[in-house]
Write a protein that binds this ligand. Structure first.
Ligand code: ADP
Length: 366
């Protein structure tokens, strides 16, 4: 058993004061598992642990109690009441058989007034405890946040993967039919290949996003119209089944840009899927419009959907900002913005009452 005067709080007391405190202190024993005090009890004094250990816990919500600290011989607890005289804000339970010395608040307060070194030591030990607790708390908050993010990503993956997986499923069945001609098999094979590429692009994007990196744009000199026309054909076929037609207001410009075609394709898919979602269930039209300036190519994607809801208009491109969609994850536009920015361009959106949305992005010309 540790002598009372060896407690870490009392190490700074002059010997005369130690004797006086000893005389005022009341030795107490608590069997294992017993409650020494609990939340709401009047704060009556300070406990010095001579032998055994104490668990300090508090309710963090109506159903959950959390252990805040575990204290051992040489430690003290219940110190807050000496300063604030308020009811107990936590519960103290003896872990094993416990021996303590109890010092009433008033005795402790008188001693603190007489002995500034003791007051400073109390503040020092108390702030150490607070810092340790804060560190633990921040770690837990970060961990909880990470887990929430993982959950959101899991949902996002499920949602974004549904379309390509459906196409792969249908194409596989078409290609495997007894009556399938070699031409049908070839078409099915091409479709599956494209969707597998698309899925792996998405995985890369998500990985980039979770890593929080800028992403590795490996740009290639690309002729914009030559890149875009087959992509538009592919997207048109996909949206046609949802009663949506894709129309070119003017042809894409035959200019050479520095692009990462795989990543830019992801932007087109994200914008088109959002447009399709906004036109459900009746379908509608998506208009693609292009213009060029000396420094950039501007691509506009307009739809005839319900328009951008005012509730989300200011946060469209923020991660996890989603509105009006049961399956929305709010990642699509933030990923699109990152890809466009990685290309040195900008993306924006506008919507007028009674009209659909117009998303436009710039890509710099060399
Ligand atoms: P998600 O589609 O998963 O919600 P996004 O980042 O792609 O995430 O889009 C964020 C939100 O922006 C959507 O939830 C929707 O409310 C709005 N939005 C995006 N595109 C359009 C559009 N073409 N028309 C109307 N609202 C849109």
């Amino acid at each position: 058993m540790l002598p009372f005067e060896s407690n870490r709080l009392l190490s700074v007391l002059p010997p005369g004061e130690v004797e006086g405190l000893k005389a005022a202190a009341q030795p107490k024993r608590f069997p294992a598992g017993s409650t020494i005090f609990q939340e709401g009890d009047p704060g009556d004094g300070l406990y010095f642990i001579l032998e055994g250990a104490v668990q300090i816990s508090a309710m963090v919500n109506p159903e959950q109690r959390r252990v805040l600290a575990r204290l051992q011989e040489g430690d003290f607890f219940g110190e807050m009441v000496v300063v604030d005289n308020a009811p107990r804000s936590a519960t103290a339970v003896a872990e094993g058989d416990l021996q303590v010395c109890f010092v009433p608040s008033q005795v402790m307060l008188d001693l603190l007034l007489r002995c500034p070194r003791l007051a400073i030591n109390l503040v020092k030990l108390f702030s150490q405890r607070t810092r340790d607790f804060n560190r633990l708390y921040i770690q837990e908050v970060l961990q909880a946040e990470r887990l929430t993010l993982v959950g959101r990503f899991a949902r996002s993956i499920v949602h974004d993967f549904k379309n390509p997986l459906n196409i792969i499923g249908i194409s596989a069945e078409m290609g495997a039919m007894d009556s399938a001609t070699s031409e049908m098999r070839q078409t099915a094979r091409n479709r599956i290949r494209k969707q597998v590429d698309r899925l792996s692009n998405m995985i890369n994007e998500l990985l980039e996003f979770t890593r929080g990196s800028q992403g590795s744009v490996v740009p290639a000199t690309t002729e914009y119209a030559a890149y875009l026309l087959p992509l538009i054909e592919e997207i048109s076929a996909e949206v046609a089944v949802k009663n949506v037609t894709l129309q070119l207001v003017n042809p894409p410009p035959a200019v050479t840009l520095l692009l990462n075609p795989g990543r830019l394709t992801h932007v087109f898919y994200n914008l088109v899927h959002n447009a399709v979602d906004a036109m459900m269930p009746d379908g509608g039209r998506i208009l693609l419009r292009f213009s060029t300036s000396d420094t950039a190519v501007i691509t506009e994607i307009e739809d005839t959907g319900k328009g951008i809801a005012p509730e989300i208009a200011g946060r469209l491109f923020e991660p996890f900002a989603t509105f009006g969609k049961a399956q929305g994850t709010g990642l699509g536009l933030s990923i699109a913005r990152r890809i466009i920015q990685d290309h040195g361009g900008q993306i924006q959106a506008r919507s007028e009452p009674g009209r659909g949305a117009i998303f436009s992005f710039t890509l710099p010309r060399r």
